[in-house]
Write a protein that binds this ligand. Structure first.
Ligand SMILES: C[S@@+](CC[C@H](N)C(=O)[O-])C[C@H]1O[C@@H](n2cnc3c(N)ncnc32)[C@H](O)[C@@H]1O
Length: 220
C-alpha cells in the first residue's frame, strides 16, 4: 500500500465518526448520480470507495433483491460503519471489502459504476485502471465531487481548495476532476452543481480499454 493510501486512511480515522452528519447536505447529489446510472432490477453496480455505505440503500432499491451491490473501502474506520449498516439492515446482496481501489478484485463484472466523492481514487491512474478493467464493456458511469469554480473567479477558488483539503490527499485536479476517467469512456458529459463548486458527470465505458492513455506524471 502506498503513502497516499496510508495518508488517506489516517484522515478518515478522524472523519469516520462525524462523516454521515457532514455528508447530509450532499445526499441529494448522491441520489442524482445514482439516478444517472439508469439501474434496473438484476443489475450489478459497483460503489467505488463506499465510505460508510451511504449509497447502499438507494443502490439496493434500484437493483432489487435479484441484483447485487459490490463495494469496497480502504479505511477500516469507514468500512466498519458500512459493515454495520449492512448487518443492521439484513442486506444479503451487498458484497463489501476493506481494500484499496488499486488492489481490489471484484467477484463479478459490474453493469454500472458509481464514483461519489472519491477524488483520491479518480486522481490515481492505477486505481482507475484496476477498476475499469474489471467492469463490463459499455458499463454506465456516474460521478460527483468538488471542483474549482471557473478560472475567472480567481481567489474564490480558495473555498473548494479548502473544502477538498481535509478529505483528500490529492490537492490538484480540481479544474476537471473527471479527466482520468474520461479517456475510458465513449462519452462523458458533466454539469456544474453547487453554483459551480461541484460537478456531476455521466458516461459509458468504451467497448475496449483505451490503447493510449494521456501520460500523467506524479498524480496531483
Ligand atoms: C469523501 S468519502 C466518500 C464516501 C462515499 N463514496 C460517499 O459518497 O459518501 C471518500 C472515501 O474514499 C476512500 N478512499 C480514498 N482513497 C481510496 C483508495 N485508494 N481505495 C479505496 N478507498 C479509498 C476514503 O477512505 C473515503 O471513505
Amino acid at each position: 500500500m502506498g503513502a497516499d493510501n496510508q495518508a488517506s486512511i489516517a484522515r478518515y480515522a478522524r472523519h469516520a465518526a462525524g462523516y454521515d452528519a457532514s455528508a447530509r447536505r450532499t445526499m441529494a447529489l448522491r441520489l442524482r448520480t445514482i439516478g444517472l446510472l439508469g439501474l434496473k432490477p438484476g443489475d450489478v453496480v459497483l460503489d467505488v470507495g463506499a465510505g460508510t455505505g451511504l449509497s447502499f440503500g438507494p443502490l439496493r432499491d434500484a437493483v432489487g433483491e435479484g441484483g447485487r451491490v459490490l463495494a469496497f473501502e480502504q479505511s477500516p474506520h469507514m468500512a466498519e460503519r458500512a459493515v454495520q449498516r449492512v448487518q443492521r439492515s439484513g442486506w444479503r446482496n451487498v458484497w463489501l471489502q476493506c481494500i484499496a481501489a488499486e488492489d481490489v478484485r471484484l467477484p463479478e463484472p459490474a453493469d454500472a459504476v458509481l464514483f461519489n466523492y472519491v477524488h483520491d481514487i479518480t486522481r490515481s491512474p492505477p486505481a482507475v485502471r484496476n477498476l475499469l478493467l474489471q467492469v463490463k464493456p459499455g458499463a454506465r458511469i456516474a460521478m460527483a465531487g468538488i471542483k474549482f469554480f471557473p478560472w475567472w473567479t480567481g481567489p474564490l477558488n480558495l473555498l473548494p481548495w479548502m473544502k477538498n483539503r481535509p478529505y483528500n490527499v490529492h490537492p490538484g485536479g480540481l479544474w476537471q476532476p473527471w479527466d482520468r476517467v474520461q479517456p475510458w469512456c465513449t462519452e462523458l458529459r458533466w454539469w456544474p452543481t453547487q453554483c459551480g463548486m461541484g460537478y456531476i458527470a455521466q458516461g459509458r465505458l468504451r467497448a475496449a480499454p483505451p490503447t493510449i492513455l494521456p501520460t500523467f506524471g506524479a498524480h496531483p
